[in-house]
Design a protein around this ligand. Structure first.
Ligand SMILES: Cc1ncc(COP(=O)(O)O)c(C=O)c1O
Length: 436
């Protein structure tokens, strides 16, 4: 059934950035609650929040919840909002978890992680990059998310200034602010394939000194990445300026034309953040890792002991299974699907109106400039979900200033889903709803 419905036609902007995905909503509320805190009434004070809790939502999670509500009401939604594979952990990981449940005590582990996992992660660097890394330098973390927290706590005192690319992964700036650090925006552009360079970092540092820089390559939300030369330029610049370089390598393994270079090959002082969430298809298991400079691990051990004690034990065993040779074919098959999705979407999205895209090298995202479509990206995202049943993420999550002009498409799902999404978007453009 294909029903004409004028209400579904794309319409002009309503100026609706204060939508359900509005970045400031929760912060605004708690700010006013906070202002009454100093007035003293005990019961009232208990209902207020600390200033540090005034952080923006991770909008993609809000979109995911709303998409889930529509699914619970019986609708089929194509998920292109969240950066999460639709595949489970590789079989070898699930088998390892089952064995651990049956056979292991599953108590706390060493704060830095179980030894075999740290050794297997170190071996990954030999296999993937030809680099010998001591297992002592590996810190197993609760997803890379807690890896950021540990690294920021280890290296930066309150007030430290951290350069972060915009657009970029939103939780960087949220965590930075939560910890009393200052986020310094390194504004990139489509012309430079959305990646910062050494000159940009040096300029920001000259304006007001930076203490560190955190960059992901391949990047979220753009899927673009450093060439080895561009990475070397950034590493050399940060070393020359005497500031820390944190390299988020969570999308390594998910590249389609050339392998990503690791900062560890260029510097012994770089701090590398990685995770089992993306390439290993294990978001919910919550395991990541850091590679820290030699001798720094004791500081991380003390931090982890106090903050988390250790990372969920069953997940550590599962992660070990994911690093086995057995898991490889399955994971490489996922990569082949993403590559096919990327190639398909780069051709098909422009045909349904999303013409302004920068081709992506890796991860599983495309970042589209939708400014010519007549409404801001928050309103557009809401309408795409409601009217086409396609969930996408408004750019405001990634770039507080320019994000109203962009949406991010995630292509981490099956190829059939991608074709269905394009069919839905094509029908939506014509004011109809696609029914397969
Ligand atoms: C660039 C980047 N870094 C880190 C993360 C956090 O991932 P996790 O905590 O699952 O390892 C994400 C999640 O989407 C991401 O895109």
């Amino acid at each position: 059934m294909t029903k004409a419905n004028n209400k579904l036609r794309p319409r002009a902007s309503t100026g609706a950035s204060a939508s359900r995905y509005g970045a400031k909503s929760s912060a605004g509320k708690s700010a006013s609650a906070h202002s009454s805190a100093g007035r003293g009434a005990g019961a009232r004070a208990r209902r207020t929040f600390a200033r540090r809790s005034e952080i923006d939502p991770f909008i993609v999670m809000d979109v995911m919840r709303r998409a889930g509500e529509r699914e619970a009401a019986g609708e089929k939604v194509i998920h292109m909002e969240v950066g999460q594979p639709s595949t489970p952990a590789p079989r070898a990981a699930r088998e390892a978890a089952k064995r651990a449940i049956d056979e292991a005590l599953l108590g706390y582990t060493d704060a830095l992680g179980i030894r075999p996992l740290r050794e297997a992660i170190a071996a990954l660097y030999v296999g993937r990059y030809g680099l010998e890394i001591s297992p002592e330098r590996i810190v197993v973390t609760t997803g890379s998310s807690l890896g950021f927290v540990l690294a920021f706590l280890a290296y930066f005192d309150p007030g430290a200034r951290i350069g972060l690319p915009a657009p970029g992964y939103p939780c960087y700036r949220h965590i930075v602010r939560l910890l009393g650090l200052e986020a310094v925006t390194l504004e990139t552009s489509a012309a430079s394939r959305w990646m910062p360079d050494g000159a940009m970092i040096a300029r920001a540092h000259a304006e007001a000194p930076l203490d560190g820089v955190l960059i992901a390559s391949p990047a979220n939300p753009t899927g673009t990445m450093f060439t080895p030369e561009a990475l070397a330029d950034v590493v050399r610049t940060t070393e020359a300026l005497g500031i820390r370089f944190l390299s988020d390598e969570i999308y390594h393994g998910l590249t389609y034309d050339q392998e990503a270079a690791t900062a560890l090959a260029l510097s012994d002082d770089a701090i590398v953040i990685n995770s089992f969430s993306k390439y290993y298809s294990m978001t919910g298991w919550r395991v990541g890792w850091l590679v820290v400079p030699e001798g720094d691990e004791r500081t991380f051990e003390r931090l982890q002991q106090n903050l988390a004690i250790s990372v969920p034990t069953v997940s550590q065993y599962a992660a070990l299974g994911a690093l086995s040779d057995e898991a490889r074919d399955e994971l490489e098959a996922h990569r082949a699907t993403y590559r096919a999705n990327r190639d398909y979407l780069l051709a098909a999205l422009p045909e349904v109106g999303f013409e302004r895209l920068v081709p992506a090298d890796g991860a599983f995202y495309l970042y589209a400039d939708v400014s010519a479509m007549g409404e801001d990206s928050a309103a557009l995202s809401e309408r795409l979900l409601e009217e086409a049943g396609v969930a996408v993420t408004p750019g405001l999550d990634f770039d507080a200033h320019r994000g109203a002009r962009y949406v991010r498409f995630s292509y981490a799902r099956s190829h059939e889903d991608m074709r269905e999404a394009i069919a839905r978007l094509a029908a939506w453009r014509k004011g109809r709803r696609h029914t397969p």
